[in-house]
Design a protein around this ligand. Structure first.
Ligand SMILES: [Zn+2]
Length: 279
C-alpha cells in the first residue's frame, strides 16, 4: 500500500499575484495553481491513500478555504484524509479549527509558521498544539525553507520544534520535506522525539540533498520515521515514486554507496496512516 502524506489542492484565486510570481521564478516554470478534482484524481491513481490539505497563510498571500479541501475528501472518501489549515494571524482561527475538525470532519492540521509569520512557540500556535494533542490530531508542519520572499527564515528552522515537542510530548508532528535544507536537524529531532516524523516530499528533484538525507537517516536509524509524500501538484506521485526508486541510479552514476533496497521499499510501503492513528 502506498500512502502519499503530502498533497495540496487549491485554485488560482487562493494565491496572491505576488506569491504566484515568486513560485514561478523559484521553479523556473509555471506552477500548476488550478487543481481540479479530475486532475487530482488522475494524478493520485498510483497511490492507495493520500492526505490532502491547502494552506492558510495571509502573510504570504495563500488562503485555501477548509471547505474547498473538505469538498475533495467528500468526492474521494475511500482514498482521502483531509487536514485543516488555520492561520494564527486570523482572529477567529480557533473557531475555524473547531469547525474544520468537528463539522467538516477534517482529521489533522497543516501549519507553516514561516509562511504564517509566527514563531513555532508563539502563544497562538500553542493553542493549536493543545487542541491537537488532546484530540490525537496529527500536525503536518512546514518547518524548512521556502521561496516566498516575505516569509521570515528565522521561523523556519526545524530545531525550533524541539521546544514544541518538550511542551507537547504526545503531539504527533510530521516535518515536511525533511526540513530542507536543514535535513540533519530534522533527523536528530525525529530520532529522539517519539512522536516526531518527517516526510520526504519535494526532495527527489534535488538528488544530491535527497541522497545525502536518506543516507543520514539510515546511519542514524530513523528510516522507520520517514513517510512518502509527493507535494502534489509541485510533483505528481508518479514522479515522486520514480524519484525514490531511482535514488540508486544517482548513487551508481557518481560511484556512491547504494541505499539498501529494503529501505526504499519500506518508505514506499509503510502504512503511514496506521502509524499516525488515522486508519
Ligand atoms: Zn507542501
Amino acid at each position: 500500500m502506498i500512502v502519499d502524506v503530502h498533497t495540496h489542492v487549491w485554485r488560482r484565486e487562493h494565491w496572491s499575484e505576488e506569491l504566484a510570481r515568486e513560485s514561478q521564478r523559484a521553479r523556473g516554470s509555471p506552477v500548476w495553481l488550478e487543481v481540479t478534482e479530475e486532475a487530482y484524481a488522475q494524478a493520485l491513481r498510483v497511490v492507495d491513500r493520500a492526505i490532502v490539505f491547502g494552506l492558510r497563510a495571509r502573510h504570504v498571500g495563500l488562503l485555501v478555504p477548509n471547505d474547498f479541501v473538505a469538498g475533495f475528501v467528500r468526492r474521494f472518501p475511500e482514498k482521502l484524509i483531509g487536514f485543516a489549515s488555520v492561520d494564527p494571524q486570523e482572529p477567529s482561527y480557533m473557531v475555524e479549527l473547531e469547525r474544520a475538525i468537528e463539522d467538516l470532519k477534517l482529521r489533522g492540521v497543516k501549519l507553516g509558521p514561516v509562511y504564517q509569520n509566527v514563531h513555532p512557540m508563539d502563544k497562538r500556535m500553542r493553542s493549536i498544539y493543545e487542541y491537537c494533542e488532546r484530540r490525537h490530531l496529527p500536525i503536518l508542519i512546514h518547518q524548512g525553507t521556502t521561496f516566498a520572499r516575505r516569509a521570515p527564515l528565522r521561523f523556519a528552522s526545524p530545531l525550533l520544534l524541539e521546544e514544541v515537542a518538550f511542551a507537547h510530548p504526545d503531539l504527533v508532528m510530521i516535518i515536511a520535506h525533511l526540513g530542507h535544507p536543514w535535513i540533519a536537524e530534522t533527523i536528530v529531532l525525529i530520532r529522539k522525539h517519539p512522536n516526531l516524523y518527517a516526510d520526504i516530499s519535494a526532495l527527489h528533484y534535488r538528488p544530491w540533498q535527497f541522497y545525502n538525507g536518506m543516507m543520514l537517516a539510515l546511519e542514524y536509524g530513523v528510516m522507520e520515521k520517514l513517510f512518502f509524500g509527493s507535494d502534489y501538484p509541485f510533483a505528481t506521485p508518479q514522479e515522486a515514486i520514480e524519484g525514490v526508486r531511482g535514488i540508486n541510479d544517482f548513487a551508481r552514476r557518481w560511484s556512491l554507496p547504494p541505499l539498501p533496497d529494503e529501505a526504499i521499499a519500506w518508505i514506499l510501503e509503510r502504512d503511514a496512516l496506521r502509524l499516525l492513528g488515522l486508519s
